[in-house]
Unconditional design. Structure first.
Length: 255
């Protein structure tokens, strides 16, 4: 069964579609009651887009800081594509903004937040364990490749456990870059009517998802192999023969 079939057959998919439809209807009713029509929305969008195009720093700061406060990244990426267009400049600005976001959230979690928690734990016997060096790369892979975990939680947790920054940032940018750029290009291309660029953006998203699934599968297989190896080692240790040395005293018969 393909991934698409699994999604469509999942019971929660229909609940999600129903919820989105209900929210859409509520929004339309509210807009109608407020007297806001399509022309009003179009005029508001044009003025907002013109402002963001003239003040690129505003959208850059939004991408760099808002995701750290639990704002979803995908709508911001679509907005960046619609404002900056499907250009190389837009891709570079987006990656830089996300790198800034990953950096400041990491340092906030690694030092001020961690020290605050450590002070709270001083009166207890609980201590924050140090992450083994061999687990740094694996932890980054687990968080970045596991679907469903919000982007800002990735950054804060990886910073809190103090994953080395030189491992954390390059891996985070590489693992999330393809999908982020794909969303950006798709948003910009759809607004500009560039079908070819939209296909490129969607292709990048698909490639990013497939690579993520492949890496996650490799990680799970390696984990299973390590578990089997450790269990085999334990069984081999238990099966070692126990040699008992019996000392039989020799008796000499006297004539």
């Amino acid at each position: 069964m393909s991934l698409v079939q699994k999604i469509f057959r999942h019971p929660k998919f229909y609940w999600l579609v129903s919820l989105v439809g209900l929210v859409g209807i509520i929004v339309l009713v509210v807009l109608w009651k407020l007297g806001i029509d399509v022309e009003t929305l179009r005029a508001s969008w044009k003025s907002s887009r013109a402002y963001l195009q003239e003040h690129e720093w505003a959208l850059f700061l939004a991408l760099a800081f808002l995701p750290g406060f639990a704002v979803p990244v995908s709508p911001l990426l679509l907005l960046a594509g619609a404002v900056w267009g499907a250009t190389l400049k837009a891709c570079v600005l987006t990656v830089l903004a996300l790198a800034v976001n990953m950096s400041w959230t990491y340092w906030v979690a690694a030092y001020p937040a961690r020290k605050f928690i450590e002070r709270l734990l001083l009166s207890t016997s609980v201590k924050i364990p140090d992450l083994p060096k061999n687990d740094h790369v694996r932890l980054v892979l687990i968080f970045r490749l596991t679907p469903g975990i919000p982007f800002f939680i990735h950054n804060y947790v990886l910073g809190f456990v103090r994953t080395p920054f030189w491992i954390y940032l390059p891996m985070s940018v590489l693992l999330g870059g393809a999908v982020s750029i794909g969303i950006l290009l798709t948003g910009g291309a759809i607004l500009e009517g560039k079908a070819g660029m939209a296909i490129t953006g969607i292709s990048l998203i698909i490639v990013g998802v497939l690579v993520t699934r492949w890496l996650r599968g490799r990680l799970e297989k390696r984990k299973m192999a390590e578990l089997e190896k450790s269990s085999d080692t334990g069984n081999a240790t238990e099966d070692l023969p126990v040699k008992e040395v019996l000392e039989i005293p020799s008796t000499e018969e006297t004539p």
